[in-house]
Each structure stands twice: as structure tokens, then as C-alpha cells.
Design a protein around this ligand. Structure first.
Ligand SMILES: Cc1ncc(COP(=O)(O)O)c(C=O)c1O
Length: 404
């Protein structure tokens, strides 16, 4: 008789996005003429940049001849990609990361979810609240989070670090000492970020306590301010305590193409075990590599033409972000984010709950956003809007919200 993995059964249903979709469907059915604008999506909408399309075509053609055909990719990823990542994302920023410390993957979500496998089951995990749900849910699946309290929406063995208006949506060092600390800056969902000095405090703390930071840098390309670090390895001592995860989804529109990478410096140890070797073992055993064609497209991201085209794409989304942020502020809303991130985090008016505001916005403006409470208890009374729509829709949505 086979039994399911009990830890999976502990997961509460993924109510957030399914409830958002259901409510939108019901509203559309009841109001077939309403032109609904979705500012809820975390997916990009602009097509791939020409330089990437060109690289994809070229790589596809290489697959058509025996001389240039490629089969399985090398375990860590092709050297042409790891070399350019090491040069452009790290050495150019003064960070000492070698190509063989970079593991190419098919995106950040898998890496964010799988990385916990190389740590002991009784490791204590700390997360920001609100948070990208993958970090907690994958630790639930691994049986690391204790019991769930429906009332508070929290797990008994997870250390929550509230990110609230009072602390500028930047977590404070936890009172209980964790073993694994998930940090994501620029942040989804709050759009907040922290300065290099603030991040240095976390690196020093992790080194002092023997903890590991898992640093999710998926939105790094959206950083516009000077003192915001692009990589945790800009901080001194990070090679001894941090893993960094990157995505090509938001900087280059690869959400449907799939590419990412994870950095594990060889200096990083748990006890006297090199975590690099554990992840290499895992990668070699459970993963057969991102496709050659996609890795060639990833290489094109780093060409001068690629950098230029993608800067324009990010600027397009950031113009939307400014439109949302400034428009809402002018309409009297309290807003944050949208400066170094494609997410705008707004406080609901009149102390409405996040879901009350969701219904109100859908009803009055036919605009869909994401209730902050869906990202964690400290997200209650907040709401996330994204800059990933078209400019025209963004302008119209904000106009409608102003007129509510
Ligand atoms: C914080 C964060 N990390 C990782 C991801 C996933 O990125 P990828 O598309 O590379 O899997 C997302 C996607 O929305 C995200 O918001």
C-alpha cells in the first residue's frame, strides 16, 4: 500500500492566485462589457529583445547539422555562459566569483525551492513576512516547518521577520537565531530594497551565527539607486555565508524561455562540508541542464547590443512603475516600491482588508491587483500592483483608480 508524502499534505491550498483568478472570472461573467486590466501579474508582457531572438535562431540552426549539434549540456552549464556571468555580473562589480562557482539552471524558482535539500532537516528557517511563497512552501514539503496555525497563517518552526511600514519594509535581525535566512532584494512583493550597509549587517550576522543566507536577486536589473547592492558578494565576508540565486525572467523576459543560475562560493561551508560540492552532486544527479539553445540566448543578454536592448525593456516597465507610484500618490494613497523594483506596494485606504480592497478595486475600477495578505500576515492592509502590463493599460488603470 502506497502512502503520500505527509509533509505535502500539510500545505494549505494555494488560495492566493487561484482566488484572484476565480474572482476575476466571476466578475467578468457578471459584467461581460467590463474591460478588466490586470495589474496583478508577475509575468512579463514585452516580446523577447531582437538580439535574443537572433541568438535563438542561430542556435536552433546549429542543431540541424552533425558538426554543430549539441546534446546534454555540461553539469554546471556551458563555459561560454558561466564565463560571461562571472565577468559581467560579478568581476565588473568587484565581486570575486569564479565561473566554476556558478550553476546554470532553468530558472530561479526551481533553485529557490530545491536549495533547501542540501541542508539538515532540523535547520531553522527565517523568512521575511510578507514573502515570495516558494521559500516557505518548499520547506513545508521537506518537513522542516512544524505545524500550521490557520488563525495566524504561520508555521510553528519558521522564524518570521515582519517587513512593515514602521521598518521601511526591511527585516530586522531575528530574536531567535536561524540557520537558513532567505532574503530577496529588490523584494517581491513589497518592491523594497536595502542598502549595501544594511546588507553587510546581515552578512556579518550570518558569519557570526554560522547561518547561511539564500539571497534571491531575481529583480536585480531593476535597481536604479546607487547605494543598493546588485549582489550580496559586494559585501565583505559574503563568500563564507551566502548563496545567490538569479533569474533571466525579469531582466530579459525569459519567463517562458527559462534560464537562471545559482552561485555557491567554494568558501561556503556547513560544518566542514563544502556546500558547493553538495549542490554539484545534486545538480549532477537530479538535473540534466538548461538547453544549449537557451544558454546561447542567455549569452546574448551580455553582449553590448543585448545590454542596450534590455535596458530599454526594463525602462519600459519602470515607466509603468513610476506611472503607478506617482499616480497613486497624487490620488492620496500611501505607496512604496516601484523605484528599484517592478512592484508597487500600497496601503489600503480606510483600513480596508487586502481582500476588501481587491473587491473594491475590481468593482469600481475593473482593475485586478494582488492582496498583500496572500504573501503573509504582515501583508494585511497592503496591496501589490505590478509594472509588467502595457503602458497604455497602466495609464488607463491609474486614471480609473483616481476617479474611483
Ligand atoms: C522573488 C522571485 N524569485 C524567483 C522567481 C522565479 O523566477 P524564474 O522565472 O527564474 O523561475 C520569481 C518570479 O516571480 C520571484 O518573484
Amino acid at each position: 500500500m502506497v502512502w503520500p508524502n505527509e509533509d505535502y499534505l500539510k500545505l494549505p491550498g494555494s488560495y492566493l492566485f487561484s482566488t484572484v483568478a476565480r474572482k476575476q472570472r466571476e466578475f467578468s461573467a457578471a459584467h461581460p462589457d467590463a474591460k478588466i486590466i490586470r495589474l496583478s501579474i508577475g509575468d512579463v508582457t514585452q516580446p523577447l529583445a531582437p538580439v535574443i531572438i537572433e541568438a535563438l535562431h542561430k542556435a536552433v540552426d546549429e542543431m540541424a547539422s552533425a558538426e554543430t549539434f549539441k546534446g546534454y549540456a555540461p553539469d554546471l552549464g556551458y563555459e561560454f555562459l558561466r564565463n560571461v556571468i562571472s565577468e559581467k555580473d560579478y568581476k565588473a562589480r568587484g565581486c570575486d566569483i569564479a565561473p566554476d562557482e556558478i550553476f546554470v539552471s532553468d530558472g530561479a524558482k526551481g533553485d529557490c525551492g530545491n536549495i533547501q535539500e542540501i541542508f539538515a532537516k532540523d535547520c531553522k528557517v527565517a523568512v521575511c513576512d510578507p514573502v515570495y511563497p516558494v521559500y516557505v512552501d518548499t520547506n513545508v514539503m521537506a518537513g522542516r516547518t512544524g505545524t500550521y496555525d490557520e488563525k495566524t497563517g504561520t508555521w510553528s518552526d519558521v522564524i518570521y521577520m515582519p517587513c512593515t511600514a514602521a521598518n521601511g519594509f526591511a527585516p530586522e535581525l531575528p530574536k531567535k537565531v536561524p540557520d537558513l535566512i532567505y532574503l530577496c532584494f529588490p523584494n517581491n512583493p513589497t518592491g523594497a530594497t536595502i542598502t549595501k550597509d544594511q546588507l553587510q549587517v546581515w552578512v556579518d550576522y550570518a558569519n557570526k551565527e554560522g547561518a547561511v543566507i539564500i539571497y534571491d536577486a531575481a529583480y536585480e536589473a531593476y535597481i536604479s539607486e546607487e547605494d543598493v547592492p546588485h549582489s550580496i558578494y559586494e559585501c565583505e565576508g559574503a563568500r563564507e555565508c551566502a548563496i545567490e540565486i538569479h533569474s533571466f525572467s525579469k531582466n530579459a523576459g525569459f519567463t517562458g524561455v527559462r534560464l537562471g543560475y545559482t552561485v555557491i562560493p567554494k568558501d561556503l561551508k556547513a560544518g566542514n562540508v563544502q556546500l558547493h560540492s553538495l549542490w554539484a552532486r545534486r545538480h549532477g544527479t537530479k538535473y540534466n541542464g538548461a538547453p544549449y539553445i537557451i544558454q546561447k540566448a542567455g549569452e546574448a543578454v551580455y553582449t553590448p547590443e543585448g545590454q542596450k536592448q534590455l535596458k530599454e525593456q526594463v525602462a519600459y516597465y519602470m515607466k509603468n512603475a513610476a506611472t503607478i507610484r506617482d499616480g497613486l500618490a497624487a490620488a492620496g494613497y500611501t505607496v512604496s516600491g516601484g523605484v528599484n523594483a517592478p512592484y508597487i506596494w500600497l496601503q489600503t485606504p480606510n483600513n480596508m482588508t487586502s481582500w476588501e480592497f481587491f473587491d473594491y478595486l475590481l468593482e469600481k475600477a475593473n482593475v485586478v491587483g494582488t492582496p498583500g495578505s496572500g504573501f503573509g500576515p504582515s501583508g494585511e492592509h497592503f496591496f501589490r500592483l505590478t509594472a509588467f502590463g502595457s503602458y497604455e493599460n497602466t495609464v488607463e488603470a491609474i486614471q480609473r483608480i483616481k476617479e474611483m
